[in-house]
Design a protein around this ligand. Structure first.
Ligand code: 5GP
Ligand code: ZN
Length: 137
């Protein structure tokens, strides 16, 4: 994918501040951090989103994400870590190259996810949605 910004970073065509690299995975600093220290874990091969990413690659990405989380706790003094992954425009994915956000969190850092819990009309609505998902596993 020659027009993909993360492929360009992987191929050293545009610069990035690299935190970790191995054969399959690159981790670099997000240029627009939600909280300073925010890192992105990407596969070196291009996959649009989690839907296209093979399970063995997902395992490698999440293994790296955990190492970064530990490094943020121990190295940056974070009090917690968010691991976030967006898929598709509707879910807020802006760069269509699979990536995992690893975001250090500090007590009182002021960031809020605006997590507005909704209510189902009744339990049948929820059960119906669960069934539709079960039928598509
Ligand atoms: P998404 O919304 O797709 O889940 O996240 C894309 C992330 O990539 C954003 O947090 C954004 O700040 C970051 N980003 C976009 N372009 C660049 C870039 O050229 N370099 C780096 N390091 N991060 C980028
Ligand atoms: Zn790409």
């Amino acid at each position: 994918m020659n027009n993909c910004i993360f492929c360009k970073i992987v191929n050293h065509e545009i610069p990035a501040t690299v935190v970790y690299e191995d054969e399959d995975v690159l981790v670099f600093m997000d240029i627009g951090p939600i909280i300073k220290g925010h890192a992105l874990v990407v596969p070196k091969d291009h996959f649009d989103s989690v839907l296209e990413t093979p399970e063995n690659v997902l395992a490698k990405l999440h293994r790296a994400a955990k190492r970064i989380a530990v490094a943020q706790m121990n190295g940056l003094g974070a009090d917690g870590v968010n691991i976030v992954q967006n898929n598709g425009k509707a879910a807020g994915q802006e760069v269509p190259h699979m990536h995992v956000h690893v975001i250090p969190r500090f007590e009182g850092d002021g960031h809020h996810w605006n997590w507005n819990a909704k209510k189902y009309v009744d339990s049948n609505e929820m059960i119906g949605l669960a069934e539709k998902m079960r039928n598509n596993l």
